[in-house]
Design a protein around this ligand. Sequence first.
Ligand code: NAD
Length: 270
Amino acid sequence: MVIDCKAISQAKRDAIKRKAAELDITPTLAVILAVDDPASRVYVRNKRRACEEVGFGFEMYSDINAVGELVTQQDVHGVLVQLPLPSDIDTNKVIAQIPPEKDVDALTATNLGRLVLGAYDFAPCTPSGIMTILDNVCGSVSGANCVVIGRSNIVGKPMSIMLTQKNATVTLCHSHTEDLAGITSRADILISAVGKAGFVTANMVKQDTIVIDVGINRNREGKLVGDVCFDDVVRKADAITPVPGGVGIMTVTSLLENTLKAAELAVGKR
Ligand code: NAD
């Protein structure tokens, strides 16, 4: 089965739109796009369109110094810095300026710490979107053998924490992992966040596994693909997310959820 992430996302967005309409304020997201990179521009455009779809306000800034002002503006509920930033800017310093209650990407030390403690309002958007997919596809992950490839702060690490909190048994793999195929071929749920086209081949996947492909890559023909050799793995997997139209769309929907939560927090509704 190819997982219909568009349908899962649409149901969520419909609910977000309804809840937003019940608020006396317009939930508003501000995005800082400080680098002129084509991929980042596309991601920000998708975020703007998603905000428009559910009736949120959307503001865009190109000056990284805007963060300092945005965090004090009462009519801006969520502040997101589009990553990666240019190499001469200290990403951690910029993120640290965002107060936890406006940190809709959940990347501040406070929000990541709260995630580890299991008491949080905001979880990073991509792992959060993947948990929604897994809720829809398998209900519970309790006891499942989950393998995550990639240990970034925005995907792999928080993913491993969220799965652990739901009682999965998690193995977090990375570029120094030995016998990767031996580990992945025992996974009930395999999540790949590496960023290399064709990285996960059919021999790395057990029959009837759930495969979540986070990667966004261009293959040799310039086509948008994930990390997984989709045409081969789809025959073996019980369920698999497509690229495009998979995890990416859920990431944006999680961002909308977090922005709604931020607006609700601002008016004392949470
Ligand atoms: P990253 O690019 O920061 O790091 C890649 C990770 O892959 C590292 O942790 C590294 O250890 C691991 N890795 C590299 N080579 C490996 C190997 N041979 N064996 C095992 N592990 C290896 O990670 P990221 O920022 O999470 O991005 C990963 C991919 O996910 C990229 O393609 C990115 O574009 C994509 N992404 C997609 C979404 C989405 O919404 N769909 C969101 C974030 C990132």
